[in-house]
Design a protein around this ligand. Structure first.
Ligand SMILES: [Mg+2]
Length: 163
């Protein structure tokens, strides 16, 4: 878990042997209502590229949203992924010739982004949503995510304690 996507540095990814990242867009890189990536997002992808890390956009949103957001980034991008379906990921892994062992997912949702990663045996990095949708559906989802986040945090504390 990281506080924001920009805290996930190329150095960190390299230190855990990651060479490709599958990145969610909405609420991970930008709020829903931001059509274009900001400078921070652009810089982050540049840094990844310079470090030799392949980044792929994976979104459940539609083609228009993903194409517009990716216009300046020019990354491999998949829309309408239907996460936690693994179909688009399997497709991307083979088309780009990536190895599951050195790939990870980055996203703001446990039941889509993280789950798809776990189903594929990839490592997963969770960030809190940039702007939470205040709808009942999202509030219910957050409620069910809480125990998983608490469990993870306790494991982290235990690990630190044991070191
Ligand atoms: Mg998201």
């Amino acid at each position: 878990m990281f506080d924001r996507f920009s805290d996930i540095t190329p150095e960190f990814l390299q230190s855990i042997g990651i060479r490709s990242v599958f990145v969610d867009i909405d609420n991970t890189l930008a709020p829903y209502e931001a059509p274009d990536p900001n400078q921070k997002v652009i810089k982050w992808f540049e840094d990844l590229k310079n470090a030799g890390i392949t980044a792929i956009l994976m979104s459940n949103n539609d083609a228009a949203r993903v194409h517009r957001f990716n216009k300046s980034l020019r990354l491999p991008a998949y829309y309408d992924c239907k996460k936690p379906s693994i179909k688009s990921y399997v497709n991307a892994l083979s088309r780009l010739g990536l190895d599951r062992a050195d790939s990870c997912v980055i996203g703001d949702q446990i039941f889509t982004d993280v789950l798809v990663g776990k189903r594929l045996g990839l490592r997963a990095i969770l960030v809190p949503p940039i702007r939470d949708q205040k709808t009942m559906f999202f509030r219910i989802k957050r409620f069910f995510e809480k125990p998983f986040i608490l469990y993870f945090k306790r494991q982290q504390v235990k690990k630190q304690f044991l070191q």
